[in-house]
Each structure stands twice: as structure tokens, then as C-alpha cells.
Write a protein that binds this ligand. Structure first.
Ligand SMILES: [Zn+2]
Length: 286
């Protein structure tokens, strides 16, 4: 079983942005091959950075971070984790509860959400969109996704078939079609969505603006602190050069404007901000 000490559901951390608050729900953790996460980076460079974290099979410990965003205009959930609603997993590979159950445990009513916004639809981000059997986990809530991601899920490519749970998502979207957008969408007065692509064709960033601070969440385009270097992309990125350019541009904006950032798979220090560091950036935990 995955080490249960501190790796499972962690206490909810509430981030106050001024009139907007964000509950960070860490709903589980899973093991993932470190070489695949570091993509083009040589092992001799990345290994010293994670020597304490990797297990005998060179796997990193990746948190499943989800965000419950509460604005005066409504609430939304960013990410749904890997586990279907009502289920719980405990194995050597993964320890997690479902996003729906974690929301309820935090005192929220999942049926009162206005939107569910996965950063992209890979299994570890969209797994909680359904319950066991494939029924919608949030039947009264609108799922929002870029058209490019919805098209990727429907793609006949063998790579897409391996990355997405196509039968489940296809049947879910047939019953409750997602609210799709092309490049940018002002979802609520406080919430902007931007298509970035790269990691998947429809990977998106969510920008949440409170009265005092702004928070950026960009899924697996920024999963762990080392990826503050835009060139450090994962082997899972469909179009690495798109990821690098998209990260360079939005990181520059985030650093200049001192945006808070939550990383998608960082367990211990998921919240922080970026500073410019030579031709790259550095993540400063807060
Ligand atoms: Zn992921």
C-alpha cells in the first residue's frame, strides 16, 4: 500500500484572495515514473533533486490537488482527481478518495456548484467526473472544457486512446454535453479560462481574481516546482514546443503580476508564486 503517512487526504487549506476564497483539497496521491515526469531532462540532472522522494522503482509521489473556488457569482471545482464518486482506492500505486466525497467532507454541497472545470481530461484529472458505472458524478453541474480537449477525447489516435478514458467520457458527454469554448472564456466575473494546449491539445489555465490576489492554476503544465523552467516538460506532453512557449508566456505574466499559483501534483508545498531567474523562473512556496 502507498505510504499512508501524510500522503492521503490532507487538511483543507483555504486561500483567501479577497471576496473570493479557494479551498485546496488534496484528495490523494499516486506513484508515477520520475523519468516520464522529467521528460527531456537527463537523469543525472533530475535525480539529485528527488533522491529523497523516489522509491525503489524510481517513482515520484504525486498529489491529486483539486480546488473548490467560491466567488460571489458562484462556486466551481477545478479537477476531479482519479477516483469515481463514491469510491476509494488503496494500493501500492494510489491512495485516494473521490473529489465528490472530499467536497462533501469539507462541508460543501457538490450539487450547488455552478461549474466543474478539469484542467484537461487525462484519467488523473477527469476520473471523478463519473461515479462507478459511468453515471455523472455532478449531474446538476455544467462541465466546461475547451473544444480542442473534447475533440482530443474523440480522436482515433492510439495515443489518445491510452491517455483518456474514451468510452466513459464519450458516454458522459453524450448525456450531458460540456460547455465548450475556443480560446478564452470569462466564465464568471472573477474567473477567466485560457486555452494553452501543449500537455494535451486542450490543456487550459484558470485565472481566479479576488479583490486582493489573483490565483493561477494550469494543471499539468505546472505540476511540480521544477517545471518553473518552461523547458522542463513531461514525456506525457503531446506537443512539447507548445507547452514551452505557453509556459514561458503565462509564467512571465504570473511573475510580473505576483499571481499565486497552485501546482497540480505537488504534495508538500503546492502554493506559491514565480520569480524570474535568468532565462527561466523559480517557484517560491508561500
Ligand atoms: Zn496529471
Amino acid at each position: 500500500m502507498l505510504n499512508p503517512e501524510g500522503t492521503g487526504v490532507r487538511p483543507v487549506r483555504t486561500i483567501d484572495l479577497g471576496s473570493v476564497s479557494v479551498d485546496l483539497l488534496q484528495i490523494g496521491a499516486f506513484r508515477s515514473d520520475a523519468g516520464a515526469i522529467f521528460g527531456p531532462v537527463p537523469r543525472s540532472t533530475w535525480e539529485p533533486l528527488v533522491r529523497e522522494e523516489i522509491d525503489a522503482e524510481s517513482r515520484l509521489l504525486q498529489s491529486l490537488n483539486t480546488l473548490h473556488v467560491r466567488t460571489p457569482s458562484g462556486a466551481l471545482l477545478l479537477e476531479t482527481g482519479a477516483i469515481p464518486a463514491g469510491e476509494r482506492r488503496e494500493s501500492d500505486e494510489i491512495w485516494s478518495v473521490s473529489a465528490r466525497d472530499a467536497l462533501i467532507a469539507s462541508g460543501a454541497d457538490p450539487d450547488r456548484l455552478r461549474y466543474v472545470v478539469p484542467s484537461h481530461l487525462h484519467r488523473d484529472h477527469a476520473g471523478g467526473l463519473t461515479g462507478s458505472g459511468g453515471a455523472a458524478a455532478f449531474p446538476r453541474v455544467t462541465i466546461v472544457a475547451p473544444q480542442a480537449e473534447i475533440d482530443a477525447v474523440a480522436s482515433a489516435s492510439a495515443r489518445a486512446r491510452a491517455a483518456y478514458d474514451q468510452p466513459l467520457l464519450t458516454s458522459l458527454f453524450a448525456d450531458s454535453p460540456p460547455d465548450a469554448f475556443l480560446d478564452r472564456r470569462q466564465l464568471l466575473p472573477e474567473v477567466e479560462l485560457r486555452l494553452l494546449g501543449g500537455h494535451t491539445p486542450g490543456s487550459q489555465a484558470t485565472i481566479i481574481r479576488g479583490r486582493e490576489r489573483t490565483l493561477l492554476f494550469m494543471g499539468d503544465l505546472f505540476m511540480r516546482p521544477w517545471q518553473a523552467n518552461p523547458r522542463w516538460v513531461t514525456a506525457f506532453d503531446d506537443a512539447a514546443w507548445v507547452s514551452v512557449d505557453a509556459k514561458s508566456a503565462i509564467f512571465a505574466e504570473a511573475a510580473a503580476k505576483q499571481w499565486l499559483i497552485v501546482q497540480s501534483h505537488e504534495l508538500h508545498a503546492p502554493l506559491g508564486r514565480l520569480e524570474v531567474d535568468r532565462d527561466r523562473f523559480r517557484f517560491i512556496a508561500e
